[in-house]
Design a protein around this ligand. Structure first.
Ligand code: GLA
Length: 712
């Protein structure tokens, strides 16, 4: 619901349990009023005016701007900074008008001197308890405007509080690691300047008041839907104010806004949870499952896939892949994916990238026979591509050396022996759509793993006018979205996995165009517990692809049981990536059993509510529970890192069950029992949640999977 008062100078957005209020001040600034629990009466929300002056500070600096133009010497992070035709670099935004359209509040601010209109767009997602924000700039003048910084939103949190800042940080092979620190005074920036979302930081923030936990405390959070350069800024000052700004990164950014044209920022999905981080995650997960991920994915669980990468790397060929396919099919795999190496002169990572024709030595009869084999085994067929990239040693690069980002007098830096194609160029975009259309039309391909294996460097686009050259950081991502949308439109039955050397492109923008993401190249099941925990803070399990691979793991030589590996991977969308011909009969039988169980219960993981019961960061025992939307069934994953005789292993308290209903718990494919519970005696949800129990895990890297379902 969107409310306004009689004077039309106060606006309130209400969702099921939260509210967000803002006011127009007497000087025409848009000031933040309130964000938190929904209140009983409209009059309960504050009306905010111009602030009282603080010593040595302009009012403009103190005001809780909803969107701050760089003006009047703003010393805080500006939301908007630009240069007008006479080189004035000062934006004076004043409220002009508002409208409520398609359940969105649009506040239009104008810079009267230069004909720039700024629409602040707010959409309450009532049933999801979330608020969406974005901005559209409209150049209403006859002159171009050079944009230098355009963020999506600025948020204000209650003043004079202590906050815990939650971020996702990481690296290749160790993405989405949770970082939680007390918010100190100062400016905290995390960002990507790499051209993609990045492994190192993710465009997500959460700020919890006092000491929030999984179940308790007030948490404000936001997620930016963008896969190019982005920036998150939290400013906490000595006055006790806390501002959060999010949007595209202003570093090396510039955008020429032509006369009578517009620029739309990516959106931020933000919210408030009065029940800690757990509820925050469940709100975001449900929103992603039901409104963000492509529609085809919303209706079904992801197929169990097999991927050839760890088994064969670049050494793919028809007979070997057919053998792998037979093995995979015998396990109950539903989708067989051939990874890198099937095209051009791609025998290693130094050549062939860009030459998207089937390698005649590896597949003398083309891909057809392999695809037919896969289909005859009852599986779908998927293929790996990396369309945005090229090896210098490729026919594509030899034909179009100017298609990569470059500065003419500089040597291009190679990463993984490859260069990034300038996908902003219409001819490059056309080429990618062209070869992908050919590949998908000529072959019965059901699934594409779309990879992207390097950050940008020497980001030049010398062929266009200088005023546009720094648009690449944004245009690349926009162009990729367009390509995905075009391909999805042409091939509605093909699904896509987004990958960037693992989790380098995990964000809501990517979720909008791909059915799942490759979480990390690190497939070690214990390391994955940490990666997956961080991932689960903002992102839903359905989109999280997780493979079971060989032991010892290539990433760290750790040995772990097949059971432990399956349990770790079954917490997301399950895949297998091991060298199956080397698996023993016992291992194959066990894998078959886990895949069968996964298929039986995956709807609980894919559609259910996720509860983090115990974190691997905090205790030797970790536990994650998924509860089906009707609360009839629940899966509980428990992992023991290592046992010490003197150590007390914490009790597990399940959550999300119906208090009055009776439930029974049983281990799936396991004879182990829970301690403190009689397996033959169903217990009420209330009792289970209040009494808790201990799980009988022993030794190192032990795990068990439990089904909690309604008795009778
Ligand atoms: C990246 C991906 C891997 C694999 C290789 C192939 O590293 O993350 O899964 O596809 O590329 O070169």
């Amino acid at each position: 619901m969107i409310h306004t008062n009689n004077e039309k100078n106060r606006f309130i957005l209400e969702t099921e349990t939260t509210a967000y209020a803002l006011s127009i001040t007497e000087l025409g600034n848009v000031a933040h009023g309130y964000w938190g629990k929904r209140l009983n009466r409209i009059e309960d929300y504050p009306q905010v005016g111009e602030p009282a002056r603080l010593n040595q500070e302009t009012n403009y600096n103190v005001l809780a701007h909803e969107y701050a133009g760089w003006s009047q010497g703003l010393y805080l992070e500006p939301s908007l900074k630009c240069s007008f035709q006479d080189h004035t670099r000062d934006v004076v935004l004043k409220f002009a008008e508002y409208q409520i359209k398609e359940n969105a509040l649009i506040l239009t601010l104008r810079d009267a001197a230069f004909g720039l209109a700024v629409d602040l767009i707010y959409r309450p997602w009532e049933n999801y308890d979330l608020i969406e924000r974005k901005v559209v700039l409209r150049n209403e003048s006859d002159f171009s405007i050079q944009l230098q910084q355009v963020l999506s939103a600025r948020f204000t949190l209650p003043t004079c509080e202590r906050y815990q800042l939650t971020q996702l940080v990481g690296k290749w092979g160790g993405e989405t690691q949770l970082s939680q620190t007390e918010l100190s005074i100062g400016k905290h920036i995390w960002e990507s300047r790499r051209g993609i979302t990045s492994h190192f930081a993710n465009p997500f923030f959460a700020l919890g008041r006092q000491n929030p936990s999984e179940t308790h405390g007030d948490v404000w959070f936001g997620l930016l839907a963008f896969s190019g350069n982005w920036k998150s800024v939290v400013e906490a000052n000595i006055h006790g104010q806390v501002f959060v700004s999010m949007g595209i990164n202003d570093f090396d950014f510039s955008w020429k806004l032509e006369p009578h044209s517009s620029f739309e920022t990516p959106r931020v999905i933000a919210g408030f949870s009065a029940e800690g981080y757990g509820r925050m995650s469940r709100m975001l997960h449900r929103f992603q499952r039901e409104t963000i991920l492509p529609e085809s994915t919303r209706q079904s669980c992801r197929p169990v896939l097999y991927n050839s990468w760890e088994a064969t790397e670049f050494h793919v060929n028809e007979p070997d892949q057919c053998k792998l396919a037979e093995k995979a099919a015998s396990l109950g795999i539903e989708l067989f994916v051939i990874d890198d190496g099937w095209f051009g002169a791609r025998n290693h990572d130094r050549a062939g990238l860009g030459d998207w024709h089937v390698n005649p030595e590896k597949f003398p009869r083309g891909l057809g026979p392999l695809i037919q084999k896969v289909q005859s085994l009852g599986m779908k067929f998927g293929i790996w591509v990396e369309p945005e990239m090229v090896n210098p040693d490729s026919d594509l690069f030899r034909a179009h050396p100017d298609w990569v980002y470059h500065f003419p007098k500089r040597t291009a830096t190679l990463y993984r022996n490859q260069l990034a194609l300038n996908v902003c160029r219409p001819d490059v975009q056309k080429y990618i759509i062209g070869f992908m259309t050919k590949l998908l039309s000529e072959n019965a391909i059901d699934f594409v793993k779309w990879d992207m294996n390097r950050s940008f460097s020497e980001p030049g686009w010398p062929e266009i006018e200088p005023a546009r050259q720094q648009e690449i950081w944004i245009r690349h991502a926009q162009s990729i979205y367009e390509i995905f949308k075009t391909l999805r439109g042409r091939f509605p039955n093909v699904s896509f996995e987004s990958c960037a050397s693992g989790g380098g492109r995990v964000d809501l923008g990517t979720f909008e165009v791909s059915d799942q993401v490759w979480t990390s190249d690190n497939t070690d099941p214990y390391d994955r517990l940490f990666i997956q925990e961080g991932f689960s803070y903002p992102y839903c399990a359905r989109a999280m692809m997780a493979w079971v691979t060989d032991s010892p793991n290539f990433a760290n030589e750790r040995r772990s049981s097949l059971r432990y590996r399956f349990h770790s991977s079954m917490m997301g969308s399950l895949g297998v990536g091991g060298n199956l011909p080397k698996w023993s009969d016992d291992e194959m039988n066990e894998a078959r059993q886990w895949i069968t169980a996964y298929k039986q219960y995956r709807h609980i993981v894919a559609n259910g509510d996720l509860y983090r019961l115990a974190s691997p960061r905090q205790s030797p025992l970790s536990a994650v529970q998924y509860v089906s939307p009707d609360k009839k069934e629940s899966l509980l994953f428990t992992f023991l890192h290592s046992a010490r005789r003197t150590q007390i292993v914490p009790r597990i308290y399940p959550r999300g069950l119906q208090s009055e209903s009776l439930y029974k718990i049983q281990a799936i494919h396991d004879t182990r029992q829970l301690l403190d519970l009689n397996p033959n005696e169903p217990l009420s949800g209330a009792a289970l949640m209040a009494r808790g129990f201990r799980v009988a895990l022993t030794g190192d890297f032990d795990s068990a999977l439990w089904l909690v379902d309604k008795a009778g």
